[in-house]
Design a protein around this ligand. Structure first.
Ligand SMILES: NC(=O)c1ccc[n+]([C@@H]2O[C@H](COP(=O)([O-])OP(=O)(O)OC[C@H]3O[C@@H](n4cnc5c(N)ncnc54)[C@H](O)[C@@H]3O)[C@@H](O)[C@H]2O)c1
Length: 299
């Protein structure tokens, strides 16, 4: 939910602006009247900039008068980071430092960084993960995200840093093979999905439009009281229930699911989103059913 109140237009750079979440944030910021520069290594609408190149970032930020940055560029996901460990560490950690450094030296006053619930690891015995829950990532991807949150402290006093700790995001254009996206793609194309494990795996699923609205609020808010905000639905759902919901929306689709957790994927409690709700008024607009329906219809 993005508040209707008017905000003075800002000049915002979105790194990874042609990716899944970055593009959604670019569209939403533009629809709110902001001037938005989408930076990415993938050519398209906006400059081609590699986040590891601090000098290039500085040049673009200074020339364009960038006031706020949304940092969404990364090698994303546990397997991708593991497979390209050295390169992904360069992009995810050193690239993030370059974004912070370029921001600090060109007068950018706020960086909203896309972090992840991976920083909580398995979350221990907590039933709901608050921003104060102990961070103990179990994967290199989670370690990257936490490292950036910690390194950003070096820039305190020069700029405001806010980490958006996102849960599992899904929605149109999700670029990786992870449920429920692969199932929704199959359902849309009229085929059954391949048998899968993980019917009892519990995840906190958030639709990309709701994630983008939270990120816009973190950009627009006149001030932020915290350095980290959980962004999720606040509810855990078994993947078996997700499959049943998709089946009810699309009866021609089906899947054979084995009981148990997804192998190799840490399972954790859902995110407590009270902080962003109470401080900034954000709540997801879409129920899981509405989000799945929207994705099935390609919207
Ligand atoms: N999708 C999720 O479920 C999820 C959950 C938690 C956190 N996040 C975080 O959100 C951010 C965006 O993820 P996404 O799902 O949109 O992934 P994505 O892969 O769609 O987007 C990442 C973008 O970064 C760009 N990029 C990669 N290396 C770059 C570089 N060196 N310089 C400039 N651009 C580069 C890619 O071209 C791509 O467009 C990431 O930081 C990710 O860790 C995503």
């Amino acid at each position: 939910m993005t508040p209707a109140r008017a905000v003075a237009p800002l000049t915002v750079a979105v790194t990874g602006g042609r990716g899944f979440l970055g593009a959604a944030v670019v569209d939403r910021l533009r629809a709110r009247g902001h001037r938005v520069l989408a930076l990415d290594v993938v050519p398209g609408d906006g400059p081609v900039v590699d986040v590891r190149d601090e000098r290039d970032l500085r040049r673009v930020f200074a020339a364009e008068g960038v006031q706020r940055v949304v940092h969404a560029a990364a090698v994303v996901g546990v397997p991708a980071v593991r497979e390209r460990l050295a390169e992904s560490t360069g992009i995810n950690v050193l690239g993030s430092l370059a974004v912070l450094g370029a921001s600090a030296s060109t007068g950018v006053d706020r960086v909203v960084d896309l972090s992840s619930e991976e920083i909580y690891g398995d979350g221990g015995s907590a039933e709901l993960l608050t921003e104060e829950t102990c961070t103990r990532p179990l994967t290199a991807y989670g370690a990257h995200k936490l490292a950036v949150e910690l390194l950003a402290r070096e820039f305190a006093g020069v700029l405001t840093y806010a980490a958006a700790r996102l849960s599992w995001v899904y929605g149109r254009g999700f670029p990786r093979a992870r449920p429920p996206q692969s199932w929704l793609d199959d359902a849309r194309e009229g085929r059954r999905s391949a048998p899968a494990a993980g019917a009892d795996h519990v995840a906190d699923l958030i639709h990309v439009d709701d994630a983008a609205s939270a990120l816009v609020i973190l950009v627009e808010a006149p001030r932020l009281q915290h350095r980290a905000y959980n962004v999720g639905s606040g509810c855990g759902v078994r993947l078996g229930e997700v499959a049943a919901l998709i089946g009810s929306l699309c009866p021609a689709w089906g899947i054979e699911q084995a009981a148990g957790q997804l192998p190799g994927v840490p399972m954790r409690a859902p995110l407590d989103t009270a902080r962003i709700r109470d401080e900034l008024g954000w709540m997801p607009d879409l129920s899981l059913e509405d989000g799945l329906r929207r994705t099935l219809h390609g919207r």
